[in-house]
Ligand binder design. Sequence first.
Ligand SMILES: [Zn+2]
Length: 72
Amino acid sequence: MAVPWCEPCDRFWNPGSVTEEGECPTCGTPVETPPEAEPLPRQKVPWHFWVAITAAGIYLAWRAIQGIGLLF
Ligand SMILES: [Zn+2]
C-alpha cells in the first residue's frame, strides 16, 4: 500500500492521519494518497469455469429430475 508522503515536512503520513482531502495535517500540502495507485491484477474468470458451473448445474438438475422420477 502506498504511504502518503509530504515533501515540505519530509515525512510519511499514516493514510488515516491525512485530512479527508488527502492533505498533510501539519502544512496542508496535498499528499499523495492514491488508493488506486497500485491496481490489483484483475482476477479474470476463464470462460470454461462458467461452462463447468453450468454443466454441473444441468447435471445436478437432471439427477434431481431422475430422483424425483424414481419416486413415482
Ligand atoms: Zn506537510
